[in-house]
Ligand binder design. Structure first.
Ligand code: ATP
Length: 325
């Protein structure tokens, strides 16, 4: 990547026009060098306007992460995390999984301003451009084995919901096992990847994508209804405050998860489930669809559904839950 690309994007972050000449002077380079760096931004999918006589501007202001504000929002929980901020990464989960394998510390949080190949479950894609979505992954090391972590994505959902509530977002809900919805539109997704022995210790990379501001062109490329924090609030979300708040709640929820198990969080999760007691359909890996009424979750985070065949339990694995209207 061109070393000037992100410094230039930071100059353009306020969404105002900056002339190529002024930016060239600022960095002590030629206008052609500025142009080349912006071409590089374009290849990363960053859109900008270029107007003769005025210069360049981004379509919208971009709120870059500020480590100081993240730490302020983390408060006393700040000591539990170390932040690793990146301008651009293909996938924060992939990056952190590799670092976890070579001994990265508990609490390491990798954040990408621009994630170009974000992943969902089973090869699906998390779409995000610069400033569109807060994309980060946290490494959490557990003494127990990976087998005991089946409720972890649900616990993470609770942390996200507590943070959203603190940030003034109402009417959000959880969709089993790993999504945050707002009025049936997806606001955030969670992707957990585990490593380690079945008997322990184990390590979890907890990946989160939380939409900040999805432009119309991006919304159209997402194959389900989606929304973002800016559409829900009266003022633009400060990504640093959002990140600090999510991490602080994550630390609190994971402490409870480790000390008391997922069972202690189960009632809170069910109260937040968007489809609790609603008709749902489960898409099975073999293509079958099973319909029923979502009826809570088990102590290991499995979904319980009242079906024609009786009460059935579904482990997250390869099952996808859909609402039946
Ligand atoms: P499941 O119920 O199996 O988790 P899912 O469709 O939510 O199903 P995930 O793997 O959790 O699948 O998330 C990936 C999906 O999320 C994509 O296939 C797409 O439909 C949707 N998606 C991708 N990017 C975004 C985004 N920025 N905001 C909201 N939704 C998105």
């Amino acid at each position: 990547m061109n070393a000037l690309t992100f410094p230039i994007l930071r100059l353009l972050a306020n969404g105002q026009f900056q002339s190529g000449e002024a930016m060239a002077r600022h960095f002590g380079v030629t206008r052609a060098t500025i142009w080349n760096a912006l071409q590089d931004a374009e290849t990363l999918g960053v859109r900008f306007f270029s107007v003769r006589g005025k210069g360049y501007r981004l379509p919208e202001p971009v709120n870059f992460i500020d480590a100081g504000r993240v730490l302020a929002a983390l408060g006393t929980r700040g000591a539990e995390f170390s932040l690793d901020l990146h301008d651009q990464l293909p996938s924060t989960n992939t990056h952190l999984m590799a670092r976890a394998a070579t001994g990265a510390p508990h609490g390491l949080c990798v954040v990408a301003e621009l994630q170009t190949q974000g992943r969902g479950r089973r090869g699906r894609v998390w779409q995000a451009g610069l400033g569109h979505s807060l994309t980060f992954s946290v490494l959490w090391r557990f003494d127990c084995g990976a087998g005991a972590l089946s409720g972890l994505s649900l616990a993470t959902g609770i942390a996200l919901m507590r943070a959203l509530s603190e940030l003034g977002v109402s009417n959000a809900g959880l969709k089993w096992p790993n999504d945050v919805l707002h009025e049936h539109r997806k606001l955030a997704g969670i992707l957990i990847e585990l490593s380690g022995d079945m008997d322990g210790p184990s390590a979890a990379v907890i990946g989160i994508g939380l939409n900040l501001h999805l432009p119309e062109h991006l919304l159209k490329t997402i194959d389900q209804a989606a929304t973002d924090l800016n559409r829900l609030g009266s003022h633009p979300a400060d990504s640093s405050v959002v990140l600090g708040s999510v991490l602080r709640h994550l630390a609190m929820v994971l402490e409870q998860f480790e000390q008391q198990g997922f069972d202690s969080l189960r009632a809170e999760w069910m109260a937040l489930h968007a489809y609790e007691n609603r008709p749902v359909s489960l898409l099975m890996p073999d293509g079958r669809e099973i319909e029923g009424i979502a009826t809570g979750i088990a102590i290991d985070g499995a979904l319980l559904v009242k079906t024609e065949a009786g009460l059935q339990r579904f482990a997250a694995g390869d099952v996808s839950l859909r609402r039946l209207s």
